[in-house]
Design a protein around this ligand. Structure first.
Ligand SMILES: Cc1cc2nc3c(=O)[nH]c(=O)nc-3n(C[C@H](O)[C@H](O)[C@H](O)COP(=O)(O)OP(=O)(O)OC[C@H]3O[C@@H](n4cnc5c(N)ncnc54)[C@H](O)[C@@H]3O)c2cc1C
Length: 392
């Protein structure tokens, strides 16, 4: 139950990554801001890990639990290990973000995090305000940020290319000690592609302990029992008949698309996080994009120009659309393509390109590393689809 309900200048629906990141950015700029976050979870748990390359600083940088200098892409035909110059691949336990968000909100005199409270319908309210129904009554605000997850139906019928990044991961401790703590297995395609484009993602903490994630890029989500079976088989292989301890589990099914969920046309209602289409279409990564988006939204709001912010550059969207069309048309060619990209593009340039902070030379290096003919044919298919159907 919130400490007080009524008119608030700023309400954020959803105290997940985007809601808490935005709150921290707002409070950094205006510590006495009147701000309410509505979050249905009564208590946070360590429900996931966030990883990113540390290309730019943000308020959670110092909380990273692990940092790696090497990452590898493996296929049946060979592997490539990239060595970073400037950047590290970092992992942050979600609970560290939640705790930092809670700490910042508790320390702010006029901010509150209302846990155990769900937001419902949002309506216009007199004097340019908005009102949202919550389990504890209505709440009014001049600016309302909507970070409630959009749900899979929000993308039904889209004309943009759409894949689902489905994954099930388990943090395990294995007596067989099969991990190399110095190298992240970014994409290990060796388990095979029989259910769709599939790879293992392994974040090692030590020789014995790692987060092992079975991941698919598929046009329609796979049944959960199949996903569980495949992960269990891989873990058994790694355990090699020795003892295995399961420490935690995380799962997701993220849209990989250039389509943005439709938003109601209510001035003052601003989408954030996945609802704003912040996940990078071609990778499903969202952590760093959410940090940048939150900073830009806070800047706008406190600069007296509240409103939405486009999460991606136009060139990023165009390239990602071509890449997604390629993955949809030629999933069997994807393992070799990813290996080639990591082999031919210098590591730091590729990191900047993947983290959407590259310049023209980084973009050129990434494009030059990709095979020209299938990319051009995917680009051509996209151009034809747009000409036939109009923009997505
Ligand atoms: C398991 C997992 C691992 C991921 N790992 C990475 C990674 O390593 N790197 C990366 O870049 N990206 C990763 N992502 C993608 C992305 O960064 C995350 O999905 C991120 O949590 C998105 O932030 P968000 O705020 O949009 O959504 P969430 O963090 O899911 O927050 C949404 C919030 O809305 C709340 N909510 C729901 N309904 C209501 C309601 N009615 N009223 C109010 N609040 C409501 C929820 O309780 C939740 O707190 C991962 C995603 C998942 C699912």
């Amino acid at each position: 139950m919130p400490a007080r309900m009524g008119a608030e200048p700023v309400v954020v629906m959803g105290g997940g990554l985007a809601g808490l990141s935005l709150a921290v950015q707002l409070l950094d700029r205006k510590p006495d801001l009147r701000l309410t976050i509505v979050e249905p979870r009564a208590a946070y748990t360590d429900d996931r890990s966030w990883s990113w390359w540390d290309t730019d600083p943000h308020p959670f940088t110092h909380l990273a639990a692990e940092r790696w200098r090497h990452w590898r892409v493996r296929t049946a035909a060979g592997s490539v290990t990239a060595e970073a110059g400037r950047y590290r691949y970092c992992r942050l336990p979600a609970l560290a973000v939640y705790r930092e968000g809670e700490r910042r909100l508790e320390a702010a005199p006029n901010a509150q995090l209302c846990r155990g409270l769900r937001a419902h319908a949002v309506r216009p309210w007199p004097h340019g305000m908005l009102t949202v129904e919550t389990d504890a009554g209505p709440l009014e605000a001049t600016a309302m940020f909507d970070g409630r997850p959009p749900g899979r139906d929000a993308f039904a019928g889209t004309r943009a290319p759409l894949l689902w990044q489905q994954f099930l991961g388990r943090r395990v401790r294995l007596e067989s000690a099969p991990f190399d703590p110095g190298i992240v297995e970014l994409m290990d395609f060796r388990p095979g592609q029989q259910d769709g484009l599939h790879f293992l993602y392994v974040l090692p903490a030590s020789r014995e302990e790692a987060l092992v994630e079975a991941t698919w890029f598929v046009p329609a989500p796979l049944p959960r029992p199949l996903v569980e079976r495949r992960l269990a088989a891989e873990l058994d292989r790694l355990a090699a008949g020795k003892a295995m301890e399961s420490l935690a589990e995380e799962a997701g099914c993220l849209p990989m698309t250039t389509a943005v969920p439709p938003a109601p046309a209510l001035p003052g209602l601003i989408p954030i996080g996945m609802r704003a289409g912040v996940l990078r279409p071609a990778t499903g990564y969202g952590f760093l994009a959410i940090q940048r988006h939150s900073a830009a939204l806070a800047e706008r709001l406190l600069g007296g120009r509240p409103g939405p912010v486009r999460p991606h550059r136009a060139d990023t969207l165009l390239l990602d659309e071509i890449f997604l069309r390629f993955l949809l048309r030629r999933p069997e060619a994807a393992p070799a393509l990813f290996r080639r990209l990591f082999e031919r593009c210098p590591a730091d340039r590729l990191v900047r390109f993947l983290s959407a902070c590259g310049g023209p030379a980084d973009l050129a290096a990434a494009i030059a590393a990709l095979p020209a003919r299938p990319m051009l044919s995917a680009a051509w298919a996209g151009a034809r689809a747009r000409a036939r159907l109009g923009p997505a």
